[in-house]
Design a protein around this ligand. Structure first.
Ligand code: AP5
Ligand code: MG
Length: 219
């Protein structure tokens, strides 16, 4: 199963992607996480990406597309993958389609997690992330048991640089202008399902797994 998680910044792609990856035993490919790892390790790719990420802008397509294609070619993706944060514009979506076709693969489903803007801002401004395992928390909605420490691996949790108010606004605008057209792109192919992203995390996971099961029945 090759799945795309679509949704605005803060919609819950990372949170849901982690659980789905465990339950279906297929990797979650988060372009944001891969880019942040490159920034942290000061790789040439990370140094290039940082100036865009700090502004809340998209990193150039050629950089991101090559990164994702390399990742999808790895053996652990043979049974499927979950794309989180990719594609993010029409060009990325069409390059992805062509690349997968060349590999004899295709996208099976694009799940859009729907959350209103006010709630997105609330989620992003209170988000904290584990430096080591990437687990996502929220200071109010989903705090770790011990303040500042990840429940899963015990490492330090921190606030992402792009979760500041000015950058959040820029990211939400980029989403509306560049990424929202993908809803139409995947709807036209009959591959898009929208899920209400408000409510308990488990309830949303259940709605997504139901949509996947329904999609499989229709194959
Ligand atoms: P990326 O890391 O992908 O960030 P994003 O799309 O802005 O999405 P987020 O990770 O902020 O949100 P999420 O949907 O994963 O939500 P989460 O589960 O964490 O991208 C960062 C940057 O990298 C981009 O701006 C760009 O520069 C670059 N980039 C990445 N991909 C690119 C691409 N393809 N092309 C070009 N550039 C690219 O949840 C958010 C918070 O809400 C958490 O605190 C969580 O605990 C909480 N939460 C989750 N679910 C719920 C719930 N049901 N109820 C209450 N709280 C909840
Ligand atoms: Mg994320």
């Amino acid at each position: 199963m090759n799945l795309i998680l679509l949704g605005a910044p803060g919609a819950g792609k990372g949170t849901q992607g982690k659980t789905l990856s465990e339950s279906y035993s297929i990797p979650q490919i988060s372009t944001g996480d891969i880019l942040r790892a490159n920034v942290r390790n000061k790789t040439p790719l990370g140094q290039k990406a940082r100036e865009y990420m700090d502004k809340g802008a998209l990193v150039p397509d050629d950089v991101v597309v090559n990164m994702v294609v390399d990742r999808i070619r790895q053996d652990d993706c043979l049974n499927g993958f979950i794309l989180d944060g990719f594609p993010r514009n029409l060009n990325q979506a069409s390059v992805l389609e062509t690349t997968l076709k060349g590999m004899g693969k295709k996208i099976d489903l694009a799940i859009g997690i729907d959350v209103e803007k006010k709630e997105l801002v609330r989620r992003l401004s209170g988000r904290r992330v584990c430096r080591k395992c990437g687990a996502s928390y929220h200071v109010i909605f989903n705090p770790p048991v011990n303040i500042g420490m990840c429940d899963k691996c015990g490492s330090e949790i921190y606030q992402r640089d792009d979760d500041k108010e000015e950058t959040i606004e820029a990211r939400l605008n980029v989403y509306e202008q560049e990424t929202m057209p993908l809803i139409e792109f995947y709807s036209a192919k009959g591959l898009y399902r929208s899920i209400d992203g408000i409510g308990p995390v488990d309830k949303i996971t259940k709605a997504i797994t139901d949509a996947i099961a329904e999609g499989n029945d229709n194959l």
